[in-house]
Design a binder for this molecule. Structure first.
Ligand SMILES: [Zn+2]
Ligand SMILES: [Zn+2]
Length: 561
């Protein structure tokens, strides 16, 4: 690994993951021989990463510097901030500090992987303070779509670095945990060297609406829905939404049944930690659902993104064991389809409506707002914190870029805005400003099932090619001494061409393969490997010319001598 040279009057900031992407947020702040790590997120693979369950960051730099790491500090309990915790602790088992809800979710994850006993877990809140040799860490409360969301300030002799975590400025949060504007302003007036801030909604020129606005709509829907059951679908991770729906249920005399594993976990954690104010007598066991009158029933369900295995899709398709759709049911989708999920969401909505349900969805019904601040809130954060150096984080490249421009609009020197990549180490001093002090490897690591790094990007590319362009196997029996082809070549294809209808291509292809093998056998120093390479290359080119596709070509040579 290249030498990363950080001077004694510099504090270094970097992303192990989270730049150029939404996901695997993992940031580091380093002063001398102390490192504070913030978040251990996962990224969910795009559809074209076949057979990959998770994408996690490359932890090599952290592993090599494990002695310096003082702890992993968690901003909040979303998957893109805690989802890789098991893999992270396998690589670097350091103390974890997390706010209550995130901590409960982390415990659940580690328990599943039988890693709980070896983990050093600690609860924090916005009043926690940590003093290490040179570094002090403290916090400020922010608002988001989940309770217990913290921003983090890291005080070093070289200056203060602030990482916001995910935030919007919700001045009337349903969680009753307002953003601590005073503390942010105090940090700013004390002087902040560098700010790393959430860029998710940098493309939206607005001030994100409060959850209280959604709550009003939800309340109105409950008011006017006097007949039939209400089925409420949202992200289980959106505790604010879960809270307003369940508490509206209680106020309207509806008993609540909860379906979907992540929703059950969320409701259990939420009630245990006191975020959900739902008396026991309002909670329904599955077997009691049938005995409860329809207009006294609220069903909380996962599947607001149309996920085929989630409770809602199975209710819609009529394959759910316990819940059959009834005419007169009102189904509320309180989330926006993530781009790419629109078709599956529409399918579920169609099925529900065909089944006689009244479906309420979309922004026209005012039942969703983002958990992230728009441009106005990003500018507000920049104005409160007033950093000398700005590094936008948590976003794809174009979001980072726009966020960088917003910073200059509110007075940050354009030369002090740094759009970085994962693995870039930015070393900052008050006097000299910032410079890139080096780079460490930070490629995506693919996780297939529970195995880390077993799949390389080469394997994924191979799977992509297989799924798109198929496979061609060319088999021949050869005699290397007499330079003869004794049988074949035979031509077998899977997922590439339908063989019965492509006799010409196969016949011609066999002739081409025959000549390729013969020519390769007669080259000086020919061996099996060189023949195989020639088949892959020449046949690949031939098939591409004929079909404009690039199947994987696998030569199988049987050598008699
Ligand atoms: Zn979040
Ligand atoms: Zn996030």
């Amino acid at each position: 690994m290249e030498k990363i040279d950080i001077k004694d009057d510099e504090v270094a900031i970097f992303a192990v993951g989270g730049l150029g992407e939404i996901g695997k947020n993992t940031y580091g702040i380093q002063y001398k021989d102390e490192i504070i790590v913030i978040d251990a997120g996962v990224k969910f693979p795009e559809d074209d990463l076949l057979g990959v369950d998770y994408v996690i960051p490359d932890y090599t730099y952290l592993v090599e510097n494990i002695d310096k790491i003082k702890g992993l500090f968690i901003t909040h309990g979303h998957e893109d901030h805690i989802g890789a915790i098991g893999f992270f602790l396998q690589a670097v088992n350091v103390p974890v500090y997390a706010p209550p809800l995130a901590l409960a979710l982390i415990k659940g994850k580690l328990e599943e992987r039988k890693m709980l006993r070896n983990a050093n877990l600690n609860e924090i809140n916005e009043d926690s303070v940590f003093n290490f040799d040179n570094i002090k860490v403290d916090f400020f409360q922010t608002t988001h779509s989940i309770p217990d969301t913290l921003g983090i300030a890291v005080h070093t002799p070289a200056g203060v670095v602030v990482e916001t975590g995910d935030f919007k400025f919700d001045l009337t949060p349903v969680t009753h945990q307002p953003p601590n504007l005073q503390r942010m302003a105090k940090l700013g007036s004390g002087g902040v060297l560098a700010l790393m801030s959430d860029s998710t909604n940098a493309e939206r020129p607005e001030f994100t609406k409060s959850e209280a606005w959604v709550q009003k709509s939800v309340e109105q829907i409950f008011d006017r829905t006097t007949k039939g059951r209400i089925i409420f679908a949202t992200f289980a991770s959106n505790m604010s939404r879960v809270k307003m729906a369940m508490e509206a249920g209680v106020r309207h005399g509806r008993k609540i049944a909860v379906y979907g594993r992540s929703m059950e976990t969320a409701v259990r954690n939420g009630r245990e930690l006191g975020y959900l104010d739902v008396p026991d007598e309002y909670m329904l066991e599955p077997q009691d659902l049938k005995k409860t009158p329809a207009d006294e029933t609220l069903i909380m369900s996962t599947g607001s993104q149309g996920e085929p295995m989630a409770a809602l899709a199975r209710i819609a398709a009529g394959t759910h064991k316990q819940i059959k759709l009834q005419p007169g049911d009102t189904v509320i989708f309180s989330s926006n389809p993530i781009p790419g999920n629109t078709a599956s969401v529409n399918k579920v909505i169609n099925e529900l409506e065909e089944g006689g349900a009244n479906v309420i969805y979309g922004s026209i019904n005012n039942i969703h707002t983002s958990g992230h601040g728009g441009q106005e809130e990003q500018k507000l954060m920049l104005s409160l914190i007033k950093p000398q150096i700005f590094m936008p984080v948590h976003g794809e490249y174009r979001m980072l870029k726009i966020h960088g421009k917003l910073a200059t609009d509110v007075g940050v020197d354009p030369d002090n805005v740094f759009i970085q990549e994962n693995g870039d180490v930015l070393a900052i001093s008050k006097e000299r400003g910032a410079r890139v002090a080096g780079h460490f490897p930070a490629e995506d690591i693919y996780v297939d099932g529970s195995r880390i790094g077993d799949i390389s990007s080469a394997v994924v590319r191979e799977r992509q090619k297989l799924s798109q362009d198929g496979l061609v196997v060319i088999t021949a029996t050869i005699n290397m001494e007499t330079k003869e082809i004794l049988s074949g070549p035979d031509f077998l294809s899977r997922g590439f061409i339908y063989m019965r209808e492509s006799g010409d291509l196969i016949n011609e292809g066999r002739k081409v393969a025959f000549n390729v093998i013969l020519k390769a056998m007669n080259q000086d120093g020919a061996n099996e490997a060189s023949i195989r390479d020639a088949v892959v290359e020449e046949m690949g080119r031939y098939l591409f010319n004929k079909t404009a596709r690039r199947p994987i070509v696998i030569p199988t040579l049987i050598r008699v001598k």
